[in-house]
Design a protein around this ligand. Structure first.
Ligand SMILES: Nc1ncnc2c1ncn2[C@@H]1O[C@H](COP(=O)(O)OP(=O)(O)OP(=O)(O)O)[C@@H](O)[C@H]1O
Ligand SMILES: [Mg+2]
Length: 420
C-alpha cells in the first residue's frame, strides 16, 4: 500500500503526509508553503518543522466517513480497513480546500471533470442505492469524502441539474437522504435549518428535492463558491480536527470536548473571537430550544477565507432529535460539563454555561428570548403544503412541527427579563 500522500491547496503544494512502519502519522509543510501559506489546522502549526503523532493522525482521519457509511465504502473499495488506505482513495475532494494526492498523480484540475447531467431516474436510483452501494463506481474515478454517519453524496448542482464530480473535481452541494432508522430526517433537518435562518443564525442554505420517488435534502456547501463555471474551494476544519481528537470523542459524554473547550480553541485562531464566541453561545442555545441533542464537535467547524482568516463556519446538521424516542435526552455538549436531561436544565445552569464561555449575560439572554419568540411564530407560519400537497409526507411534517413547537414552548432554561 502507498504510505505517502501529497497535500495540495488548489495547484499549490502544501506539504507531505506519510505513515511510517510503526503506523505513526507524519506531516511536513513545503518550504514554499511555510513562507507564504497559513496553518491548515490548529494542530498543524506552520513553521514547526516535521510534525508527527496522534494529533496529526486525527486531523486527517476526521475527514473520513463514519459508521455504516464507512463500512459500506470499505467493502466496495476492498481497502485494508486503515484510515490511510481510505485517505488514499477518497482524499481528493473533502471538506475544506485540501486535496490528498498519490505521489505522481496530478492535483484535481480547477476545471474539473463531471458526468453529464443525471436524468431523474438515474439520480433517484443512485440515491435509493446509497446505503448499499455508496456510489463508488470505480470507472467513474470517484474520489471524495465527507465525514458523518448519515447517507449522503457530494455533487455539482447548477441551473442545468446535478452532475457527479470525477477524479476529485469539486462538488458544491451535499445531497442527504433519509435512513431506515430516521425516515423523516430529511424533512426534520430541512425545517430546523430553515428555522435557524429565520432566527438570523448564519447557516448553510438548504432545499428540499423530490427526485423520482426519493426525497433529498440539498445542502449548499459554504466551503465552495461557484463562479463563471468554476468552483472555488475554501478551507475548513471541524472541532475534532481543531482539537486533535478522534471522531469517536465527538460527544462530551464519551469523553470529548464541551462548549468551553471548543470556545477556548476557537479563540486561539479566530479573526473575530468575541463575535464567534457569541455565535457559539447562540448555536448552543438554539440547539437546546429545538431539542437537538446532536450538536457535537464535528457538527461545528471553522472556515478559512484568505481575506478574513479563520471564522466560525455557518451552521449545519441541525436536527430536532428529541422526536426520536430512542435518543437520550442529554445534549452532545453538556451544560457546564453536567450530564443533565434537557428538561432539567435550569436558568441558572444555562446562564453559567454562557458565562463559562465568556459571554456577557444581558445580550445573550435577550438574543435567546428573541430566538424563542421568533421560533414560535416561524413554526406556526411554517408550511410545506405547496410542495407536499396531500401526500403522506404532509402528516410527517405536521407531526414534526407539533413536536418542535412543544419543545420550544416547554424550554424552561431561559431566565425571565426580571430574574436576569
Ligand atoms: N453546508 C456545508 N458546507 C460545507 N461542509 C459541510 C456542510 N454541511 C456539512 N459539511 C461537512 O460535512 C460533514 C458531514 O455533514 P453532516 O454533519 O451534515 O453529516 P451527518 O452524516 O448528518 O453527520 P452526523 O454523523 O453528525 O449525523 C460535516 O461534518 C462537515 O465537515
Ligand atoms: Mg454531522
Amino acid at each position: 500500500m502507498n504510505k505517502r500522500l501529497n497535500v495540495y491547496y488548489g495547484k499549490r503544494e502544501v506539504g507531505e503526509l506519510w505513515v511510517d512502519q510503526a503506523e505513526i502519522y507524519h506531516f511536513r509543510y513545503t518550504r514554499e508553503w511555510e513562507r507564504k501559506g497559513f496553518s491548515i489546522g490548529r494542530v498543524l502549526p506552520c513553521g514547526c518543522g516535521e510534525l508527527h503523532g496522534r494529533e496529526v493522525e486525527y486531523f486527517w482521519s476526521n475527514i473520513l466517513p463514519e459508521g455504516i457509511c464507512r463500512e459500506s465504502i470499505e467493502r466496495e473499495l476492498r481497502t485494508d480497513g486503515s484510515d490511510f488506505a481510505l485517505l488514499c482513495e477518497l482524499g481528493k475532494e473533502v471538506a475544506g480546500a485540501l486535496s490528498l494526492v498519490k505521489p505522481g498523480d496530478e492535483p484535481p484540475a480547477s476545471r474539473g471533470s463531471y458526468s453529464a447531467v443525471l436524468k431523474e431516474e438515474e439520480l433517484s436510483a443512485r440515491l435509493r442505492n446509497l446505503p448499499h452501494r455508496p456510489i463508488l463506481h470505480r470507472n467513474e474515478r470517484w474520489s471524495l469524502s465527507l465525514a458523518g454517519a448519515q447517507n449522503k453524496m457530494a455533487v455539482l448542482r447548477t441551473k442545468e441539474g446535478i452532475r457527479m464530480p470525477r477524479d476529485g473535481a469539486a462538488s458544491n452541494c451535499i445531497l442527504k437522504i433519509a435512513s431506515a432508522d430516521f425516515p423523516d430526517l430529511v424533512f426534520n433537518e430541512f425545517i430546523c435549518m430553515r428555522l435557524a435562518r429565520e432566527v438570523g443564525l448564519p447557516c448553510a442554505r438548504v432545499d428540499l428535492l423530490r427526485i423520482g420517488d426519493v426525497w433529498a435534502l440539498a445542502v449548499e456547501r459554504y466551503d465552495r463558491h461557484l463562479h463563471a463555471g468554476l468552483v472555488q474551494r475554501f478551507h475548513q476544519q471541524d472541532f475534532c480536527q481543531m482539537l486533535g481528537i478522534p471522531h469517536s470523542l465527538k460527544y462530551e459524554f464519551h469523553g470529548g470536548p464541551g462548549l468551553q473547550e471548543c470556545t477556548q480553541a476557537m479563540r486561539e485562531i479566530s479573526a473575530l473571537p468575541v463575535e464567534d464566541a457569541f455565535l457559539l453561545g447562540q448555536w448552543y442555545t438554539f440547539n437546546l430550544l429545538i431539542g437537538n441533542m446532536d450538536g457535537h464537535a464535528k457538527n461545528i467547524s471553522m472556515l478559512y477565507k484568505p481575506q478574513s482568516g479563520w471564522r466560525l463556519s455557518p451552521f449545519y446538521d441541525l436536527v430536532h432529535t428529541v422526536v426520536y424516542e430512542d435518543i437520550r435526552g442529554v445534549t452532545a455538549m453538556l451544560p457546564c460539563g453536567r450530564e443533565v436531561n434537557l428538561r432539567r436544565i435550569t436558568p441558572s445552569l444555562w446562564q453559567s454555561t454562557m458565562q463559562s464561555i465568556g459571554l456577557p449575560l444581558r445580550p445573550i439572554c435577550s438574543s435567546a428570548r428573541e430566538m424563542k419568540n421568533t421560533l414560535l411564530s416561524s413554526i406556526s407560519d411554517f408550511s410545506l403544503t405547496e410542495r407536499l400537497g396531500r401526500s403522506p409526507q404532509s402528516d410527517v411534517v405536521r407531526r414534526l412541527l407539533r413536536s418542535l413547537e412543544n419543545c420550544v414552548r416547554s424550554a424552561g432554561f431561559l431566565p425571565t427579563a426580571e430574574s436576569e
